[in-house]
Write a new protein. Structure first.
Length: 277
């Protein structure tokens, strides 16, 4: 019988740049729940033995803090959240929510272009440049007027979508939740981002402007999104929320270079290599 893994594991949100941490032999193999019954199952003890080595922990760097990282819990996405015309609150439909796995994040440092493989199983890969909100304080049923107190910071994200796999009346996982589908920049704390000012968003493909918009065009504000999500899920520190994309999101091809950003937050640059067979 193969022994439980006791090797070194890693934390990584930066492709090819894991942070290593030691993991020793198990002290207790009893499973416990902490506090209320809804708490997740965990193994009691300072160290644990695993059947196989656990995968890397997805993280994002903190801008200007070389040894500080944001551990990613969940990624929520809000679809169809921008409009160039004003929509009255009573005319809005409920926010359209999807999720991506935490390990879909790939760190894009901004000062250089990262290379990603063009994903498999699609001929219609779509770019969606977005402002991403990082949650620093969790909660449920958060009032709109208190929602911004739960925001730790912001980054720029690229929501990649296999549009030809987003089938009518079907779940969106195949279209949204694939590997490396969420390139993101380092996070900036709220204290370093202009407060109460609309942020411009833009994206170029091969130096041709494709997307341009402003956060004031959001149908649901950041505070409203947080409040709504918290009525459906218990938000946790480490959650990321992709808040929607402005007009101009469309397909691109293998070999294309994408560069986009959010005013006051950051810039990302990605080149897509040949399609995976």
């Amino acid at each position: 019988m193969q022994s439980a893994a006791t090797s070194t594991s890693s934390i990584s949100g930066v492709k090819g740049c894991p942070i290593r941490f030691a993991r020793s032999a198990v002290k207790s193999n009893k499973f416990h729940r902490s506090g209320a019954s809804k708490e997740p199952l965990f193994i009691k003890g300072l160290s644990m033995a695993f059947l196989f080595a656990p995968g890397p922990m997805p993280v994002l760097p903190i801008d200007g803090e070389p040894n500080l990282y944001f551990p990613i819990h969940r990624i929520y996405g809000i679809a169809k959240n921008y409009s160039t015309t004003k929509i009255a609150p009573e005319e809005r439909t409920a926010p359209l929510i999807f999720c991506k796995p935490a390990d879909a994040v790939v760190y894009a440092p901004g000062d250089k272009t990262i290379e990603l493989d063009f994903p498999c199983a699609t001929k219609e890969l779509v770019h969606e440049l977005e402002l991403v909100v990082a949650i620093g304080k969790g909660g449920q049923n958060i009032p709109v007027e208190e929602a911004m107190d739960h925001v730790w910071g912001y980054c720029v994200g690229l929501d990649l979508t296999r549009r030809d796999l987003r089938l009518k009346d079907q779940p969106w996982e195949a279209a949204k939740a694939f590997d490396e589908s969420a390139p993101m920049t380092a996070l900036k704390p709220v204290s370093r981002v202009p407060d109460n000012e609309p942020m411009s968003l833009w994206l170029y493909v091969n130096n041709e402007k494709r997307q341009e918009g402003n956060s004031s065009q959001m149908i649901y504000s950041i505070a409203e999104i947080i409040s709504h999500l918290s009525s459906l899920y218990e938000l946790k520190p480490g959650d990321l929320i992709m808040t929607g994309t402005p007009a101009g999101n469309t397909t691109f091809n293998p070999g294309d270079r994408l560069e986009g950003g959010v005013q006051g937050v950051g810039v990302l640059k990605v080149k897509f290599t040949e399609m995976i067979k």
